[in-house]
Design a protein around this ligand. Structure first.
Ligand SMILES: [Zn+2]
Length: 282
């Protein structure tokens, strides 16, 4: 399979061909940066880990060159940083027993352009040979520009698939901005309780991101625990770790549905929920 960037990196941990790895994929995550997959889609990794009937594939769209650096990485050039992050993503794929990880290595400026045919061509090639039933994306209310741009490119690629070939469930997950603000009926609960040691090791693989004092490892575990505990006030915690997701399936099934209106309708429901509770007791 040919991808548009010469720097693309394809890794199949168990050594099979990429075509085989994609053909057996049941859970797919399309993310902006190295380590986003492990933060947002641990649910999929955990569901597939150690199974022969379910396989997880991760795709990273950008090249990771713009990442902040400090500590022992402080003097790394952009090229060195890209190499470090590529290796870290491969390590996570090995630990997590992914079917494959594909790092498309686009500069984030290219991903942000709605006219970028190269990004769409790469995504189309992956999606057409990958029968995933569940796809994890960034959510459209994320506050990171690149995440929202990546989400939009992925949506365009999914909408370009023939209707019968579109995945059954598309989920927008938390990274830069939690989804705890969704009203409960809008929340999709991703139970991340399984194998906490693996969850920790996966984020721990990205030392270049953590070393400078950004404790993504603790923050991810903390967010999942907080989501589980603050989910319901009167019940004990059924899940020990939760990632919240927004159900994006309607956007993929209906290509005329406006992303902006669809997303803002979630905020309208939050607004009505807050107003309703205040009025009830005023
Ligand atoms: Zn990111």
């Amino acid at each position: 399979m040919n991808y548009s960037s010469p720097a693309v990196d394809v890794f199949v941990p168990d050594g099979r061909s990429v075509a085989e790895a994609l053909a057996r994929t049941t859970h797919l995550c399309l993310a902006a940066h190295q380590d986003d997959i492990e933060i947002m889609a641990y649910h999929g990794i955990g569901e597939c880990h150690g199974r022969k009937d379910r396989w997880f594939t991760g795709v990273v769209l950008t090249d990771g060159s713009g990442s902040p650096r400090s500590g022992k990485f402080a003097n790394h050039t952009d090229e060195q940083m890209k190499a470090v992050r590529r290796a870290e993503q491969r390590k996570a794929a090995k630990l997590g027993q992914y079917a494959a990880v594909i790092q498309l290595a686009h500069p984030s400026t290219v991903v942000k352009s709605s006219k970028s045919a190269a990004v769409l061509a790469d995504l189309a090639a992956i999606l057409s040979s990958c029968p995933a039933k569940i796809v994890y994306l960034h959510n459209p209310a994320d506050k990171h520009d690149t995440h929202v741009a990546v989400f939009l490119r992925c949506l365009e690629a999914l909408r370009a698939l023939p209707k019968g070939k579109r995945p059954q469930q598309i989920l927008g997950c938390e990274v830069w901005r939690n989804l705890d603000w969704l009203v409960d009926t809008d929340k999709v609960l991703l139970d991340d309780s399984a194998n906490p040691a693996l969850a920790a090791k996966l984020i721990g693989a990205f030392q270049s991101q953590i070393a400078g004092g950004k404790r993504y490892d603790r923050a991810s575990a903390g967010r999942r625990l907080a989501n589980a505990t603050f989910h319901t006030s009167h019940a004990t915690d059924a899940a020990k770790a939760i990632t919240w997701a927004m159900d994006l399936t309607p956007l993929v099934l209906d290509e005329k549905l406006s992303v902006e209106q669809f997303t803002l309708a979630h905020l309208d429901r939050l607004r009505a929920d807050v107003a309703g509770r205040i009025r009830k007791f005023a």
